[in-house]
Every structure is written in C-alpha cells, then in structure tokens.
Design a protein around this ligand. Sequence first.
Ligand code: OSB
Ligand code: MG
Length: 423
Amino acid sequence: MRRGRIVVARVGAPSRAVGTEVGGVLASTHHARFQNLLDYRHNAWLKRRHAHPLLIQSIELREIRLPLIHFFETSFGRTTERRIILARVTDSEGAEGWGECTAGEGPFYSYEWTDNAWSTLQEFLAPMVVGEQIETASQTFSLMRAVRGHRMAKATIETACWDLEAKKADVPLWKHLGGSRKEIACGVSIGIQDSPEILIEKIRKEVDAGYQRIKIKIKPGWDVNIVERVRQVFPTIRLTGDANSAYALADLKLFQELDKFNLMMVEQPLPHDDIFDHAQLQRQIKTPICLDESITTPAAANNAIGLNACRIINVKLGRVGGHSEAKRVEAIARSNQIPVWCGGMLESGIGRAHNIAMSTLAGFTLPGDVSASARYWEEDIIEPAVTVSSSGTITPPDKPGLGFDVDIDRIERLTVKKETIRK
Ligand code: OSB
Ligand code: MG
C-alpha cells in the first residue's frame, strides 16, 4: 500500500492544517477508516519529533472571592465563601493557560491554605517556572522539585501549563492528557446539615437530578445514625460516607456497624498521614476503604495499594500536584485494578474544567465529585457553566484546551489581589 505524504504544520501554528493526505483519496469512506489510525500515529510522531517547546513568559496570580450558594460542612469545619487563587500562565508567543489552586480557607483538609499557597507561589514556585523553556507541560512539575510538598500550589501552575500547551496544539485538554471517555459519570458530595431532615431533602433533590452516586459527610455523632436514616428512605442508591480523617482505629466497631448499610465505600476514615492503620481497618471491615487525604504522591498510592490499605482511590489534582502526578497515580491504580474517581474541592469553573479533563482517563471508572456549577455558584467564572445531564453525566468539551471560555471581566470584578511574576 502506498503511504500518504504527511503534511506537517508546526504545533502552535494558527490553522488546523495538521493532517494526513493519503494518495489523494482521503475522502473515500474506505480510506476514512484508516484516518483515525493515521491521525493517531501522526500525532504520536509529531509529539516525538516536533515537540514545540514552551518558553514561559509570565505568571499572573489572582485571588478571587466567591460566595457559595450554600455552606459546605465537613468533619473539619464549615465553608461559606471561597478564597480562590487563579494562575494565568503566558508564553513567549502570547498563548495563555489557566489553573486554579484548590487550597482551602484554612489549614484543615491539608497544611496548604490560601495564604501559604499564595506566598509559596509568589516567592518560590512562579520564579522557578518563569523564563524557563520546557519541552512539554509534563516537565513543569519537576521545575518546582526544590520545594517540598505544596502540591496544591504547584498544581496551580502545572495545570495552567497543560491548558496552555493543549491550546497551542489545538486539541481539547482531555485528549492531550490521553483521556478517552466521551462521557464522565458524576456524583455529588453533600455536607453535614443542620438536621437529618434537611439532609434527606438534599439527597432527594440530587437523586432526582440524576446524579449517579451520593456521598455524605460523616463525623462522630453524625454517622451510623444518619446513614441508617438515609438508607430507610433510599435503600438502593449508590451511597458513600466521607469522614475526612475524623476517626481512629479504636473506632473499629463503628465501622463494622456501618458494614450493614451497603456503602459503596467509606472515604478517609483515619488520619491524613496514615496508611498502616487503614490497612488494619480494611482487613476487619467489608466496606471498601477509599483514600483521599493520604494519597499525596504516586509513591503513597503505591504504598497504600501494596499494604491493602484501600480498595479505591480518590484522585484530586491539587492534592497530588497537577496532571502529570495525577496521571502517575491513575496508572499505578489501574495496573493494580484499583478503581479511581475524581475528587472535588469546591472548585470554580477553571478547576472544575481541569477535573473534567482528568476524569476522561481510563482508570476513572467510578462517579466523581464533579458536579454542576449551579450547585455551588450563583454565577461561574467560565462560559458556559458546567452542566450535568439528567442521567448524571458530563460531556467533555471539544474546544481546545480547557474547552470553556474564561470570563475575564467577571474575574476582574472578583479579584481582591493580583501579582504578575515575570523574568
Ligand atoms: O474530602 O472530598 C473531600 C470539599 C472540601 C474539602 C474536602 C472534600 C470536599 C468535598 C467536596 O467533598 C467535593 C465537591 O467539590 O463537591
Ligand atoms: Mg474526601
């Protein structure tokens, strides 16, 4: 068979002129069947041979304030208004990408929080990246390796570089990451409420909206009693409980009692820095343990899986340090037949769009905490807002990069602090 001439355009050229031409018969349906294969090979070839380096010119940091429609309460506290750091990374050709920091308003879920993420970004991380030339966005994380931890802060820049690179390659970020799902499955996370009745009503609303899995937050005093009431009203829904590290191994009996309620999983029951006790607990309960806080690195995922400390992993982009590290965690889990799902951190549209892209990777087989913008915000900072179908799914966008437009005017109005780091 005669091989077609490969027509190459530089990545980053303004047109979509990258393509293959096969003996002038590209339009025939017969040859169209080869097109996917050729495109695939061609893209792989382009990546290897013509990787177009990124020269990072500047990083703009902003803090925006965004009030939640409804407070969100976990075992560690209540959030009413988000203080979100956004990063806009610009390269030498004027292309830009956006990232969002998932650190919370205080050092409770993690030691990272808005103010230490800001100072770490501004004083250390952004200066390590501006002025640098990288072959691919996947190298961004290692530029910041001198800083220990602070993965949420790192992910702010790292994810922005992936968006930037995907835009320059003129492909949706999810495809650029190697994702394949045309639809992602969505669940919701429902915080601790002022009464069990309010919780039941909230669950009813989300079940009616089509969400595929309901997660409720639990803490001492709001656990077995609550799960039992929820199960009386909703005996068959896919239900999970997230403790956010509120218990100790000494609470074994309580988790054995929870086994009665057929939860899909119990999320992070024990301390954030523990793996060993989770393994002891998992050995003695039937409900699968899902780790969230404990999985901060690919190595932690490997250790947890090797010790049988969990049967499921929640992957959060911020917690693990961005897309490259998330891909590593996903690959480790997948090769060990451990399903993963995408966790949420009450993100605005930018973080939410990154979560959607990540959720298209093969290992993300369970519904994530990625839900509609309207559950959190009066008005999101992206256009269109994220919406979920009546069967509880999100379709990843087909536009380049994040695939949503960033509403810069609205972001400007919400900005309380801004700083640009240049070479
Ligand atoms: O443990 O998953 C968690 C929110 C803040 C901090 C930790 C967690 C959460 C959520 C919210 O569960 C998920 C969402 O964004 O809807
Ligand atoms: Mg959690």
